[in-house]
Structures are given as structure tokens and as C-alpha cells.
Design a protein around this ligand. Sequence first.
Ligand SMILES: [Zn+2]
Length: 398
Amino acid sequence: MALAAITSLAGCAVVPSDPGVEAGASAEPRALIEIPSERPERPDLTGAPDAVAALLEAEAGHLTTGPDRFAVWVCEVPTDTTSSAYQPAGIRLDLDPAELTDAFNITVTDYFLELSHGAYTPQFEAGGRIELTDTEGPTECIARATELTDDAPGVIAIATAEHRQGTSGGFGDDGASCDAAEPWPCASSVTGRGVYLGASDFHPDWGAVPALDLLEHEIGHVLGWPHSGDLASPYASSIDVMSNSAGPRDVDAAERNGQGTLAVNLLAAGWIPLDDAVVVPAEGSEVTLRPSQSDTGARLAIVPLDATRFLTVEYLRAEGVHGHLPASGVTVTLVSTAESSCASSETERSCRVQETLVGEAPFVDLLAEGESWRGDGWSVEVTALVTDTVELRIAPSP
Ligand SMILES: [Zn+2]
């Protein structure tokens, strides 16, 4: 149906919700955690390959760890709108910022707490309603939301009208970096940091809990994460919330969250420390990895290619945030921070392209024990795969 079609265009995927928690249920609201006024410490980049250091340096001035705060606004779209974004003569949903906020504070906050192992806590507070004029659309909706927001570093702006079929369901903006001269964290009115969504994911047909994977995908963009998978088809991969975020729902129609994300995003956000990335030397090495979604241990291997490109190798375990995968296994991503990546980059802070190299879309056919991948002058062989670890032979392969 149209709802699913629109949503799946803009990303996808999964984390089984806590079965004991229903959005909209009368759970105790979490107490708001204040955002510290000191800037987060930057990681020690000694020994990091140049391309990895460039990626991590680009994170300075952006909020990706600790508590975060988003003001939630609803943009009322008039029925006579001339904006080309919206379905002509479409319905208007009666969306309440406070009710949306309650749902986000349970399901979306839990999703990011699980994904980050407690390193990142997005929090939502009700903003209010904005009446768009008949000529205003998505750009004006988020711009007015940021103008009206006092000090929250982010906004979520949601329109009451569904987008036209075949168009993207929303967008996320990581905003300008918070200048070192400004108090930390900068307000979204200064940076433009925030998410805009059309109404499709909040249609009553979704039931008690709306589809939240697209919001999680767009918050991923706010965190600086680019799309991944097939470069020509950025919503085709089911192994990353930054591609087809509806991948988990394609497996279980009751799923409302997105799946996990690639280890390179967890590294960039500071949710996997650099110490837990294994840098493979030029002569190759044997590497033992824990699943990328573990909370400790070596969780990704980095193979430097040149000053702007590297490969990441990671073990996706088919449970938790990757519970929709048919089987556990290993994938390889080509990460490029080259200038030429800028044209296709969706975020402001780094021109970063992340291409999945193992298999074809939806990329869920991962490398199993005994299988290998070859490309970009390297080979990756899975020599052993047990529940909690994978052993790899990563070697140059001219
Ligand atoms: Zn996107």
C-alpha cells in the first residue's frame, strides 16, 4: 500500500522493540538529562590512518554522544497548498506534538540507547504547531521550527500532509558545526540541525506505535551518517538503517524500528572507540572480531587503501538490532572521504561515501565460515565463525 511504499523509499530498518514497552502506554516519562556545557573530548588520533583521522576530525563541533535534545513541531499544511511536496487533495492528520514526543521518548530513545550501548541519549520535548501558508513546504517548515526553538540543539518538524508518492519521505540535516567561540551546544536556530518528515509514518493505520525507522534514519543523518549500500540505489541495503530502514519490517510487519548501522558510523559517532578498531598492516594479518553490535572488544577491522579511502570489515550477528538478518556473517564496506565524494554526500561535515562490497542488494547474504571476498587489492577470508567471534585472514591480493 501507499504508506509502505512511501516509507520504504526513504530508508529502512530494525531493532525489535522492547516487548514490554508500548509507545503511547503510560510509562513513566524519563527525566530530562541536561547536556553538559563542556564540549566532548576529541579522541586521540595517534596512529590512525590518514583517511580515518580525517573522518574523525570532521566530527569536531558536532553533538553525537551523551544527552541530546530535539524540539518536536507539527507543521499544519493548508488544504489549498501549492507546494509540490504534498499529495494533492490529500488528507490532513491531526498530529499532536505532545503525543508524538511521548512516543519518541520511549521507542526512539530506546533504539538509540541500544545501538550506542548508552553512549547517546536523544530526548524529545514538545515544541508546538506552525501554520504553513499555501505556498510553504518542507524547507519553510523546518526553517520556522528552528527559528521558534530556544536552545535545543535539534528540531523534529513533521507535516500534517503526506508527501506525493515516489518522493522522499523526509530529510535530516546535521547542521553547521558549532563554532568553538559559541557556547556548547549550539541551538538549532544557529546550526539548522534537525529532521523534517511528511505525515505518512504517522497515519492512524500504523496502530498504537507509528513507523519510527525513517525518523531514526533521519536522526542518523543528523549524526553525520551517509547512505550506504549500492551507490546508484541508496535505499537498497537491508544491513544499515542508513539505507532501507524498513528492512526489518519487510521481515516482520509489526516492526516499527530501524535496524543497526555500519560499524564505521558507530566509530565516527564515538560509540566504538578507536582502540576497538584493528588497523590491518600492509602485509595483512589474522584478525579476531566481536560482532559490531557488541558493547566491548575489537569490533571492526580497517584496511587503509590511500589518503582518503579505507575498507572496513565487520561481523553482523543476526540478533538484536540485526535480528532481521537471515544469518550472521561478515561484510566489507568501502569508505571514501575523497573530495569527489562531496557531490553525493548528504551531510555537511564530511564528504563520505560508504559502499557495500559483499553480495548484491539487499546485501543480507553475508560471508559465512569458509567464504571469502576479494577486491580493491585485498582478500578477506572467514576462517572461523562462532557465536561471539569471527576469525578472519585479511591479506593483500594483487
Ligand atoms: Zn537518507
